[in-house]
Design a protein around this ligand. Structure first.
Ligand code: 4UU
Length: 534
């Protein structure tokens, strides 16, 4: 057993100085300094070239909040955003924040089933969509009586255009909505957490404001107002693009060029043309850049720093990236939807290849033994636990799942790692069942539920198999019903019709006699994984 002082020293503070996190609401905080930035560019639509200045953005927020109020949207209501990246993503989010409402964001590639599931669970009353998603939106609305109105970015016959909200005179803008920053939920993204189906993650105004300030700290991402330029290529529906690029960028007064869809060529053109200074990538983008023969045709000299997060970045890729692109070393960051998201980031001068760095300001961490929950010493593996103002309030309507991951004030990440002698963290494995395809969450339980609806399937287990490009690919182990017949391709096609493209069974299907389980019926995923690797 560790002595009390050793236990205490195994709980480590962030090496950064403590920062002040204001008690402001999200919208107040986002717009706090916008007077200073007024005519500077806030957002550029990378697809159309449309430019929005900070003063225009503020004006749009006021009109949008006023129009939403006229539509009956008020404090406690939920708006669903089902769209790819466009400048008005920010308008909607901040306007909902002003009103004390909640935004639940969805992947625009979600199928009707996936869309209506989240619309129902989140009790959304308004749905804002991209033109390409209108068909799905209408179909889902007919299944969700809670959804009162569909609004479209752009123009589609018969659907209220978002520009209509921006024509509002702003007179219904509520001046004083009472917001409790520690309690009121601003964002409700969905995450499967340690196990099971996706759950609503309640992120309060304080959670998001805290993470924005933690990231703005000069030793973390330290954007420079009015001179930095970011590329909004990672989707704003995921917590990474949403908080790290969009919110933190706008609070800091930088320019953000939004991209509706990633293609390597478009991305590099935008970096080149707009002189981007900080890049936020996921390992698959870093890999594509490192392997791109035409990379030298682009001028990347404006780039000052590159961050990677959402999935592990190997040493080899990190080095290859720097050699090929001539860019600075990639700094890894780490976090989860449940932590708004960032808890760790590599410090600028003392970064280590393969490490996720140190806790961001106002954040503590420890590594605990999985069985005994006691803190581990340096170089000893265990579960990474964190504490800080960015940790979610809890899972919506799910106190059991909340109690399973927040224990004694510590958030248990479900990731396995260790600290080196300098207190830098290395993630080595995942304790939880989650699969990550290109940084996106693929909850095995969700795919298992879908596969079980196939009439030929008796039992199933889904795991992630390693893949150089995507990180992991979902693979199903399937027990077929007696006398039934099922081909691998038939099941893959079946799944294709039910889930978003990134959740498809790209890792294949293996037919087995039985799924290994514990006496209580829990799937022994580790056993399947080990068997698969042999
Ligand atoms: C190994 O992916 C995220 C949040 C990502 C993020 C973004 C910007 C972190 C810091 C940042 O600056 O959230 P989720 O909820 O989709 O997935 C969380 C899981 C973690 O539990 C871990 O398993 O994603 C994995 N993960 C990582 N794994 C996240 N970052 C890393 C990393 N290395 N750097």
């Amino acid at each position: 057993l560790l002595s009390t002082s050793a236990v205490r020293s195994a709980v480590l503070q962030s090496p950064h100085p403590e920062i002040h996190v204001p008690d402001a609401s999200f919208a107040e905080h986002m717009m706090r300094d916008w007077e200073k930035y007024s005519n500077n560019v806030a957002l550029v639509d990378g697809a159309t070239g449309e430019t929005v200045s900070y003063s225009m953005l503020k004006d749009r927020v006021i009109r949008c909040a006023s129009a939403l109020t006229r539509m009956g949207f008020k404090k406690g209501d939920v708006l669903a955003l089902y769209a790819h990246n466009v400048p008005d993503y920010a308008t909607v989010f901040i306007a909902v924040g002003v009103l004390g409402g909640t935004v639940t964001a969805l992947n625009p590639l979600y199928t009707i089933d996936e869309l209506s599931t989240q619309l129902k669970r989140s009790s959304s009353s308004i749905l804002v969509v991209a033109p390409s998603s209108v068909k799905n939106a209408i179909a889902a609305k007919s299944q969700c009586p809670n959804v009162k109105e569909v609004i479209v970015f752009g123009n589609v016959d018969g659907i209220r255009p978002f520009t209509n909200l921006l024509e509002d005179d702003g007179h219904a803008f509520p001046e004083n909505v009472d917001i409790n920053v520690d309690e009121d939920v601003l964002a409700l993204p969905y995450s499967s957490g340690t196990t099971g189906l996706p759950k609503g993650v309640m992120l309060t105004h304080k959670n998001i404001v805290a993470n924005v300030e933690q990231l703005r700290h000069h030793g973390v991402m330290g954007y420079v107002p009015l001179s930095d330029c970011l590329v909004g290529v990672l989707p704003f529906f995921h917590i990474y693009g949403q908080v790290v690029t969009l919110f933190t960028g706008l609070a800091a007064g930088v320019k953000i060029v939004t991209m509706p869809k990633f293609t390597l060529d478009d991305y590099l053109h935008i970096v080149h043309r707009h002189r981007a200074t900080s890049l936020h990538v996921v390992p698959p983008i870093a890999l594509r850049m490192a392997k791109y023969p035409d990379i030298h045709k682009f001028d990347l000299s404006s780039v000052r720093q590159v961050f990677s997060a959402a999935a592990p970045l190997s040493d080899t890729l990190s080095e290859e990236f720097s050699t090929v692109t001539g860019l600075s070393d990639i700094k890894q960051c780490y976090g989860l939807t449940e932590t708004s998201p960032v808890t760790h980031c590599c410090p600028p001068r003392s970064w280590k290849s393969g490490s996720i760095g140190v806790p961001v300001p106002n954040t503590k961490h420890k590594i605990v033994d999985i069985e005994s929950n006691t803190p581990q010493g340096p170089m000893q593996e265990g579960e990474l636990c964190v504490q800080g103002p960015q940790v979610m309030k809890g899972y919506a309507n799910n106190p059991e799942a909340t109690a399973e991951c927040i224990k004694d004030g510590w958030f248990h990440t479900g990731d396995i790692g260790y600290l080196d002698a300098d207190g830098h963290v290395f993630i080595s494995d995942r304790l939880k069942e989650l699969i990550k395809f290109k940084g996106f969450q693929v909850p095995p339980a969700e795919l298992e539920a879908v596969i079980l609806t196939n009439p030929a399937v008796l039992d199933v287990a889904v795991i992630g198999v390693d893949d150089e490009e995507a990180g992991e690919l979902p693979k199903a182990f399937v027990v077929v019903k007696p006398h039934a017949q099922l081909l691998e391709i038939e099941l893959q096609d079946y799944v294709k019709t039910k889930v978003a493209p990134y959740k498809r069974l790209r890792g294949g299907v293996e037919f087995v006699q039985e799924i290994p389980k514990t006496p209580t019926g829990k799937i022994l995923r580790r056993m399947l994984k080990n068997r698969d690797q042999k």
